[in-house]
Design a protein around this ligand. Structure first.
Ligand code: NGO
Length: 484
């Protein structure tokens, strides 16, 4: 399994076999949607009727589970008489069902009817995550991805117990989320993408659909509006945001660091007030990300003035501020989440330390480990290499608790694997960069430190191959993995 559960034991003399007349039982109506989706998938692949009923079933989902395992923890038992998943919350049940899917044969994921037997080797599992934040980021600005594409992405990442989807919604190359009070952001600022092709954006209804779909899989959307740099699309849409009142052209190349909001302009904050309000209103999640990275054309003293003002506008909406680690150079509101994207550079590490000294928590996305847009090896046809080559082992073989010297493990809130899309314009390419690296980052976020071991992980990873084949995932068959 990936992520490896906290504790798992084999029941050597027991095998569960899903019978033709199997049922799925729920003891709480709130868990019904989870049972219904499991039943729908298994009906497709097994051809069984799999009615969902109240009370016990062949597979029972119970919310009477131990509170000690927290909101995402669960227990699972598969033996000769059935499968039982117990958790204290629906979220825990969902994570348990995710494990059940991995215990079943890969063909259970099929979209066409397959032959059994549908067996699980007897086992008991008691499981809960190491970290509460286990994210993936999708950059929908450099290349735009439709709602259906994002849903497909959500389906795939949810298999690995990811619980945050960070959407990078604005950048130099495009503005991707509707803001009613500033309509040209999407109408004009969202019209193109890298390479000059047609871009796109999410209407409020479409964004709500993404948020809903993610929530159904217990994934919280973290929207990012990147400021004060990475703002050419906004500056191009509204001349009044520019110091000289002249809008730059739309931009469809991939340089970074050339654009900036004007820190001394009142209109900048009226703009951000509207944007953060409208984005926050559409976001049930607790966090709004204000970017803050690579503001190379913002004078540093201006940058230090800007970040607290922008952060205040997020706090005003009742949201927790999240930002790339550069924001830690100035004062941060209480509870800020700082996203570390450094490699091994001392400057970035010093900012992480500075963040923690201010009481912030860290989400770790070290670019030389967790960036899914880095090439696997020198010949990888897609991706970038500014942070180095990131092999499957390089992505997996590190410890979040000890990554940054001087940062205590208690300050680590979790991990996130960002996927930037300068070179990725369709889902096949996205899948190729995400798989097989994302499961490794997901395991670092979930599994106990004692379970992390490249040699055994490699074997477990190999077993995911047949699943991705059944699911039609275009994964990179890294030669160092002994794919089944
Ligand atoms: C950097 C940059 C992004 C690029 C990405 C490419 C951050 C936080 N800002 O990461 O704009 O797309 O690298 O790897």
């Amino acid at each position: 399994m990936i992520p490896q559960p906290t504790a798992q034991q084999a029941l050597p003399d027991e095998t569960f076999t899903l019978p033709t007349d199997a049922t799925i039982g729920v003891d709480d109506p709130s868990a019904r949607p989870i049972a219904d989706r499991l039943a729908a998938q298994l009906r497709t692949s097994t051809g069984f009727a799999l009615p969902v009923q109240e009370g016990a079933g062949t597979i029972t989902l119970s919310t009477k589970g131990p509170a000690a395992l927290g909101t995402e923890g669960y227990e699972l038992r598969a033996d000769g008489s059935g499968v039982t998943i117990t958790a204290a919350t629906d979220e825990g049940l969902f994570r348990g069902v995710t494990s059940l899917r991995q215990l079943l044969p890969a063909k259970a994921e099929s979209s066409t009817q397959q032959d059994g037997p549908w067996e699980i080797a007897g086992t008991t599992i008691s499981d809960a995550p190491r970290y509460g934040y286990r994210g993936v980021m999708l950059d929908v600005t450099r290349h735009f991805f439709t709602v259906d594409q994002v849903k497909h992405f959500i389906d795939l990442v949810s298999l690995y117990k990811i619980n945050r989807l960070h959407l990078h919604l604005s950048d130099d190359q495009g503005w991707r989320i509707q803001v009613d009070s500033w309509p040209r952001l999407t109408e004009y600022g969202g019209s193109l993408q890298v390479g000059g092709g047609r871009g796109g954006s999410y209407s409020k209804a479409e964004y709500a659909e993404i948020v809903r779909y993610a929530a159904e899989r217990f994934i919280t959307v973290v929207p990012e509006i990147d400021t004060p740099g990475h703002t050419n699309a906004a500056l191009a849409s509204y001349p009044e945001l520019n110091p000289d009142g002249v809008a730059p052209k739309l931009y469809t190349e991939t340089e970074v660091g050339f654009s900036s909001l004007t820190v001394a302009l009142d209109r900048t904050y009226e703009f951000l007030d509207d944007v953060f309000r409208e984005v926050a209103e559409q976001t049930p999640g607790d966090v709004v990300h204000l970017g803050g990275d690579e503001a190379h054309s913002t004078p540093h003293s201006d940058y230090l003035t800007f970040v607290p003002k922008a952060a205040e506008l997020v706090v005003k909406q009742g949201k927790t501020v999240m930002g790339w680690h550069e924001i830690a150079d100035g004062p941060l509101p209480a509870g800020t989440v700082v996203q570390y994207w450094g490699t091994e550079d001392e400057k970035a590490q010093a900012l992480a330390v500075k963040a923690v000294e201010q009481g912030a928590t860290l989400v770790l996305s070290p670019a030389n480990r967790a960036y899914l847009d880095m090439k696997y090896h020198a010949e990888t046809p897609l991706g970038l290499d500014w942070a180095g080559l990131v092999s499957v082992e390089q992505a997996y073989d590190w410890n979040p608790a000890t990554l940054i010297p001087g940062v205590p493990s208690s300050a680590i809130r979790g991990v996130e694997a960002p996927l930037w899309t300068e070179t990725l314009d369709d889902l096949e390419k996205v899948e190729f960069m995400v798989f097989p690296r994302l499961p490794g980052i997901a395991e670092l976020g979930w599994s106990p430190e004692s379970a992390l071991d490249w040699t055994t992980y490699k074997d477990r990873l190999a077993e995911q191959g047949p699943r991705w084949e059944v699911l039609g995932v275009n994964f990179y068959r890294a030669p160092e993995i002994d794919w089944r």
